[in-house]
Design a protein around this ligand. Structure first.
Ligand SMILES: CC(C)(COP(=O)(O)OP(=O)(O)OC[C@H]1O[C@@H](n2cnc3c(N)ncnc32)[C@H](O)[C@@H]1OP(=O)(O)O)[C@@H](O)C(=O)NCCC(=O)NCCS
Length: 176
């Protein structure tokens, strides 16, 4: 699908971000495969749903076609934490703000729930910093995912004990 060629980074007004429905599963599969160039992340999405670990799943649609997807899943930790992954945008529609709209909508839901203390992700800091994620917030946690790409957004004012173990949902173990 093509959009008018302009320099706007703003997602077009006809972009709709809404909750994923069962009839989105196949189009979502296609978008995730296209975005990541393989089946790994699409399999992850299916496994997270099947395991009951998918907490938030949103799609971005243009004229009823799915063009983007985001999933947040329950992590294993003493704090109530979600892992943001994967985030996928149709390759032909990148850099138009669709990914940003999905992240912002997902974080709005997380905050509205009022029960989550943190969101973690593995991603490019130059992209995710703009949404409030930081490397510093993730560093004190004990995780096998610790790396320069492991970031967190803390939603609690309570101090978090150092070295608190944090793990992604088991479905992530299959991701190579
Ligand atoms: C990453 C991704 C979701 C971004 O979606 P998008 O709709 O293109 O992003 P937006 O339009 O909201 O934001 C564009 C900005 O992100 C930057 N950006 C896009 N893809 C990026 C990437 N892979 N790494 C770092 N920055 C990226 C652009 O440079 C642009 O930055 P600028 O505004 O400072 O110029 C999309 O490129 C994608 O699906 N990539 C493949 C899958 C992936 O890597 N997902 C993320 C890891 S879970």
């Amino acid at each position: 699908m093509d959009l008018p060629k302009d320099n706007s980074r703003t997602a077009p007004e006809r972009l709709i971000v809404r909750e994923e429905r069962p009839d989105d599963h196949d189009p979502v599969d296609a978008i995730v495969r296209a975005a990541f160039g393989g089946a790994g992340e699409a399999d992850l999405v299916r496994a997270l749903r099947a395991d009951g670990d998918a907490e938030i799943a949103l799609v971005a649609t243009l004229d009823d076609n799915v063009v983007g997807h985001i999933m947040l899943s329950r992590m294993r930790s003493e704090i109530a934490a979600l892992g943001l992954a994967p985030l996928s945008v149709s390759p032909s529609l990148e850099r138009r703000g669709i990914g940003s709209r999905l992240v912002e909508a997902a974080l709005e839901k997380v905050r509205a729930a009022g029960t989550w203390q943190a969101v973690f992700l593995l991603g490019d800091p130059s992209y995710y910093r703009r949404f409030g994620f930081s490397r510093d917030a993730a560093r004190p946690f004990k995780s096998r995912y610790q790396s320069p790409h492991f970031m967190a957004l803390l939603l609690t004012e309570q101090p978090v004990p150092a070295d608190l173990p944090i793990e992604y949902a088991p479905a992530f173990d299959a991701l190579t």
